[in-house]
Design a protein around this ligand. Structure first.
Ligand code: NI
Ligand code: MN
Length: 226
């Protein structure tokens, strides 16, 4: 499969048969190279309800017919907007056509702000373990450091981890290095930085400091094959 990075927490996974988008924040994401009007998707996986993660989900799902996989409250809320959803919850796994999704917990918030300013709370935030053909990607979502990452690293053989380094809203680089030690992924890719002034970071410097696994600051549009 091909895994590409598109700025902020946007990840695209392409298998022989399916295109899977994770946290497709495209409109308003100055780092993103995707076009929300043409991007393909069979499934959209969401870590939590914040606008910088839900992003263009509804319009992409309406255009492509993609199924949106999210934690229950967010899935129900999005389902009310006329798109196909698959609700899950933390600790649960489900085998889809493309592979298996399992949600982990994350320490963060989860709410969606509608265009008129209405604030909708969307349950718990999460992280996503995505296993396709014996390869496991861990998109840990927005979170601070928490010691259960050690357990998640023990219980799963993780090939590629996407870890936030932006600080302010999520863990910063120092805590992300500890997270990488605990997750024990073969490849560690920093995300959630340089999109907003308060989360400016040096992803190359972070990647060099990764001690467990290989740090790799993916360029926007870059592809890793697993
Ligand atoms: Ni968030
Ligand atoms: Mn975020």
């Amino acid at each position: 499969m091909k895994i590409s990075y598109h700025g902020h927490s946007v990840v695209k996974v392409e298998t022989e048969k399916h295109t899977i988008l994770m946290d497709p924040f495209i409109t308003g994401n100055k780092l993103c190279d995707l076009d929300p009007e043409t991007v393909e998707a069979d499934f959209i996986l969401l870590t939590h309800g914040h606008n910088d993660h839900v992003g263009d989900t509804v319009s992409i799902a309406k255009r492509t017919g993609a199924t949106v996989v999210a934690l229950n409250e967010l899935a129900v809320y999005l389902g009310q907007q006329g798109i196909e959803t698959h609700p899950m919850n933390i600790g649960g796994a489900y085998e889809f056509d493309f592979g298996t999704v399992k949600y982990t917990h994350a320490f963060h918030g989860s709410s969606y702000e509608e265009e008129d300013g209405t604030f909708v709370y969307t349950g718990m935030p999460g992280g996503i373990l995505l296993t396709i053909n014996d390869k496991t990607i861990y998109h840990i979502g927005d979170t601070g450091l928490f010691s259960d990452l050690k357990m998640i690293g023990e219980l799963n053989d993780i090939d590629l981890a996407f870890i936030p380094i932006g600080d302010n809203f999520t863990m910063g680089p120092d805590d992300a290095l500890i997270a990488a030690d605990w997750i024990k992924a073969d490849i560690v890719v920093p995300v959630h930085y340089n999109t907003f002034p308060v989360i400016e970071q040096d992803p190359e410097a972070f990647a060099k400091q990764v001690r467990t696994g290989k740090g790799h600051a993916m360029k926007v549009g870059e592809v890793i094959e697993l």
